[in-house]
Design a protein around this ligand. Structure first.
Ligand code: PT1
Length: 275
C-alpha cells in the first residue's frame, strides 16, 4: 500500500517509523521558542539518521491532562521546524488539531496532517483535500484534559472500528484521496489499560477497513501500568507492544526511540525473509 503525501510517496507494504519531535517547552529547553526550535531540528535530524521516514512535529501536548495552548503559540513552535526540514526526503507530518496550524504548516512544507481529532475542525477536511497532503485519522474518546477520567465502551474494538470507518467515509466524501489516508486506534486517548490491551490484541480487525494502520504506544502509561516503570524507562516495553502491532498488520509506528524500533523491525524482517 502506497501512501500519497503531496509530492512524496511512502511505501507502506513494509513497516516504517514515524519519529516524534515535540516542540513543547517541557520536552526541550524552556525559555523562548528559538532554542526550542533549534533543539527540535537537531533532534529531527538525529531521528532521520536513526531510520525514521516520517517526522511528526507537534507544538501542543495532547497527553492526558494536558492543557491547550493558543494557536499562535503552537504556530510559532512548529512552523520554524517544518521550514528548516523542508526539502529533506522524509515525510513531514504536523501533529495538530487546529486549522490555522494545519494551513501554515502545509505552506511551510508539511506533507501530512496527523490530527488526534480526525479533522473535526471546520475546514480541515477541505484543506487536506485541496492540498493533497496525507492524513492520519485517529480515534479519541473525550478531550485530552479529561479523557482518562472515566472511559466507557460497550465493545471498544467495535466502537473504534465504526468511528474510523465513518471518518474515512467523511474524508473521502470531502475529496481526500483514498491513497492519502492512514487510520489509528489512538492508544491512551480515552482508554483504560484493559481497553488499550483489547485494542492491541484485536488490532488486525481494523485492517478490514482497508487503510494503512498507525500504532503509537511509545512511552505511554499503558506500558507503565504493565511494567511499573516511569516514562523514561518504557523503551523495551514499547518495542514489545509495537512488534505485536506489527504482527497484527500495523505499518507505521509513531515512536520516540527510533533506533531501537528500527533494529526490531530489521530482525523481524530477516526472520520473515529466511523462510
Ligand atoms: C498517537 C498519538 C498522536 N499520541 C497519533 N498521534 C500522542 N496519530 C500524540 C499516556 O497514556 O497515538 N497517534 N499524537 C501522545 N498522546 C498520549 C496519550 C501520550 C496517552 C501519552 C499517553 O501516557
Amino acid at each position: 500500500m502506497n501512501l500519497h503525501c503531496r509530492d512524496k510517496i511512502l511505501d507502506l507494504c513494509v513497516p516504517r517509523i514515524m519519529g516524534i519531535v515535540n516542540v513543547t517547552p517541557d520536552s526541550f529547553s524552556d525559555g523562548g521558542n528559538l532554542p526550542d526550535a533549534r533543539a527540535a531540528i537537531a533532534h529531527a535530524l538525529r531521528l532521520l539518521d536513526e531510520g525514521a521516514e516520517v517526522i511528526d512535529i507537534g507544538g501542543e501536548s495532547t497527553r492526558p491532562g494536558a492543557q491547550p495552548v493558543s494557536v499562535d503559540e503552537e504556530l510559532s513552535r512548529v512552523v520554524p521546524v517544518i521550514e528548516a526540514l523542508r526539502g529533506c526526503s522524509a515525510v513531514l507530518s504536523v501533529d495538530t488539531r487546529h486549522l490555522g496550524v494545519m494551513r501554515a504548516s502545509i505552506e511551510a512544507g508539511a506533507d501530512m496532517i496527523n490530527d488526534v481529532e480526525a479533522l473535526a475542525a471546520p475546514g480541515a477536511l477541505e484543506l487536506a483535500a485541496n492540498t493533497g497532503v496525507a492524513v492520519c485519522l485517529m480515534h479519541m474518546q473525550g478531550q485530552p484534559d479529561i479523557m482518562q477520567q472515566h472511559p466507557v465502551y460497550g465493545d471498544v474494538v467495535d466502537e473504534v472500528e465504526q468511528f474510523l470507518r465513518s471518518k474515512v467515509a467523511l474524508a473521502e466524501q470531502a475529496g481526500i484521496a483514498s491513497e492519502s489516508i492512514v487510520i489509528d486506534p489512538g492508544f491512551g486517548f480515552g482508554k483504560s489499560l484493559a481497553h488499550n490491551l483489547q485494542l492491541l490484541r484485536h488490532l488486525g480487525r481494523l485492517k478490514l477497513i482497508g487503510k494503512p494502520l498507525l500504532a503509537g504506544m511509545s512511552r505511554k502509561s499503558m506500558l507503565g501500568q504493565v511494567t511499573g516503570r516511569p516514562v523514561a524507562e518504557r523503551e523495551y516495553a514499547g518495542l514489545a507492544a509495537h512488534l505485536y502491532a506489527l504482527r497484527q498488520g500495523a505499518s507505521l509506528f509513531r515512536v520516540h526511540d527510533v533506533a531501537a524500533m528500527r533494529d526490531a523491525i530489521l530482525v523481524w524482517q530477516a526472520i520473515g525473509e529466511s523462510e
